[in-house]
Design a protein around this ligand. Structure first.
Ligand code: DP6
Length: 400
C-alpha cells in the first residue's frame, strides 16, 4: 500500500485482567512516587469468569488528546497514577524503536489514546477494583504499542497490588532493595492449575459507609505504627517462605492458618495506627467467629478468612467442604428473602446443616449482614479478547 495508509491506520485492542486477594498482605510504602513496599506479599489471582476488568485502548491520528472512561463515566486522564502508567509504557515503546526493532509501528507512538474500562462486578460491592483496573490498563496499552515482557513493574506504579494481577494462580510481589524500584516485581509462584480443589468465597458484607482508602491508610500506618515496622522487618520475611511452601505442598491447614494470622496482623497494625483505622465491622467479626467455631467443630482447619481494607470476607476452603460451609453462612446470616440469588458464580450443591454444627457455632443470627456470596477459584492472568465485537470503543473512538 501507499505510505499514507499506515499513517491513517488506527489501532484498537481489548483485554481483560483479574482481581487478586493477598494472603500475605502488602501494607506500607517506602517510596510513594514509585510505589515501593516495605514488605513482600503473596496473593491468589481470582478467576475472571466471576471478577474481571475489561479495557479497550485505541490510538488514532485523529484523536486530539488522551482520554479515559471508567465504568461509563469520563474521568480525568491527568490522574498521576494513570500518567505514570502511560509515561512508562510510552518510554518502553520508544526504547524498542531506538533499539531498532523493524516490526515496530512508528506511527502509533505519536498518537493520542482513548481508554475505556468496565468491571463485571458492581463497584458498590466494595471489592478492590484498582488492582484489576491498573493491571488491565498496563496490559492493554502494552498490546497496543507492541511491547512484550515484564510489565508488573509498570502496573505497580498504578497501584501496588496491581502488579500481582499481571499473573495467574499464586503470585508473589518481591519487595526489592533498589531505590529505583527495578527489582520490585511480581512473580508467579504456581499457576492456576496447581491446586484445582481450592475454592474461594467472597462474602459481600452490606457495608453502610465507605472505609478509608488503602493509600492514605497505609501512609498513616507507616508514620505511626511500630507494630507495622516490626511486622515488615521481622514477621513477613519468614511468612513469605512458609506461605510459598504451603502453596507448593498444597498443605491446606498450613495455608489457611497463615492466611488468617496474616489478615489478623494486618488489622492489628491498623488498630496500632494513630488515630486507629477500623476496617472490620460486626459482620466481619461474626464471620471470624463462625470460621473458628466451624474449624473447631471439625477438629481441623477447613476454612480460612482474609479481609482487606473493607468489611468483605474472602474465604478459602476445599471444594468438598463448600456446600456445608455455605449452609452455615446462610443460616447465621439469613439473606433478604426477595434479595435475589444469594450465591453467584460457581454453582454450590445443596447440603444439610446438622443441628450439631448449628449448636457448635451457636451465634446469634445476623439477618442481611451478608448481601451475597461470589463463589470462585484461582484463575489466569490478563488475556487479549480476540472478538472485535467486544471492543468498548466504537469506530468513532468513543464508548459504544
Ligand atoms: C489491604 O494496592 O490498593 O489490599 O498501592 O496505594 O494503590 P496502593 O494500595 P493498594 O493496597 C492494597 C492493600 C491490601 C493488601 C494487599 O492487597 O496486599
Amino acid at each position: 500500500g501507499k505510505p499514507e495508509d499506515s499513517m491513517d491506520k488506527s489501532n484498537i485492542v481489548t483485554c481483560t485482567a483479574p482481581v487478586n486477594i493477598a494472603v500475605i498482605k502488602y501494607w506500607g510504602k517506602r517510596n510513594e512516587e514509585l510505589i515501593l513496599p516495605i514488605n513482600s506479599s503473596l496473593s491468589v489471582t481470582l478467576h475472571q469468569d466471576q471478577l474481571k476488568t475489561t479495557t479497550t485502548v485505541a490510538t488514532s491520528r485523529s484523536f486530539q488528546e488522551d482520554r479515559i472512561w471508567l465504568n461509563g463515566k469520563e474521568e480525568d486522564i491527568n490522574h498521576p497514577r494513570i500518567q505514570s502508567c502511560l509515561r512508562e509504557i510510552r518510554r518502553l515503546a520508544r526504547k524498542r524503536r531506538s533499539d531498532g526493532d523493524p516490526g515496530f509501528d512508528l506511527t502509533s507512538l505519536s498518537h493520542k489514546v482513548h481508554i475505556c474500562s468496565v468491571n463485571n462486578f458492581p463497584t458498590a460491592a466494595g471489592l478492590a477494583s484498582s488492582a484489576a483496573g491498573f493491571a488491565c490498563l498496563v496490559y492493554t496499552l502494552a498490546q497496543v504499542f507492541g511491547i512484550e515482557g515484564e510489565l508488573s513493574g509498570i502496573a505497580r506504579q498504578g497501584s501496588g497490588s496491581a502488579c500481582r494481577s499481571m499473573y495467574g494462580g499464586f503470585v508473589q510481589w518481591i519487595m526489592g532493595q533498589k531505590d529505583d524500584g527495578k527489582d520490585s516485581l511480581a512473580q508467579q509462584v504456581e499457576p492456576e492449575t496447581h491446586w484445582p480443589e481450592l475454592r474461594i468465597l467472597v462474602l459481600v458484607a452490606s457495608a453502610e459507609r465507605k472505609p478509608i482508602g488503602s493509600t492514605s491508610g497505609m501512609q498513616t500506618s507507616v508514620q505511626t505504627s511500630c507494630l507495622l515496622k516490626h511486622r515488615a522487618e521481622s514477621v513477613v520475611p519468614g511468612r513469605m517462605v512458609e506461605m510459598t511452601e504451603a502453596v507448593q505442598r498444597k498443605d491446606f491447614a498450613a495455608f489457611a492458618e497463615l492466611t488468617m494470622k496474616d489478615s489478623n496482623q494486618f488489622h492489628a497494625t491498623c488498630l496500632d495506627t494513630y488515630p486507629p483505622i477500623f476496617y472490620l465491622n460486626n459482620v466481619s467479626q461474626q464471620v471470624i467467629s463462625l470460621v473458628h467455631r466451624y474449624n473447631r467443630h471439625h477438629g481441623e482447619t477447613r476454612a480460612a478468612y482474609t479481609f482487606d481494607a473493607g468489611p468483605n470476607a474472602v474465604i478459602f476452603i476445599l471444594q468438598q467442604h463448600v456446600p456445608e460451609f455455605v449452609q452455615a453462612v446462610q443460616h447465621f446470616f439469613p439473606p433478604e428473602s426477595n434479595g435475589g440469588q444469594f450465591i453467584k458464580g460457581l454453582p454450590v450443591n445443596h447440603a444439610a446443616l446438622s443441628e450439631e454444627l448449628k449448636r457448635a457455632i451457636g451465634l446469634e443470627p445476623m439477618p442481611k449482614g451478608i448481601s451475597y456470596i461470589i463463589s470462585t477459584k484461582a484463575g489466569p492472568g490478563p488475556c487479549v479478547v480476540e472478538d472485535p465485537a467486544q471492543h468498548l470503543l466504537g469506530s468513532d473512538g468513543l464508548p459504544k
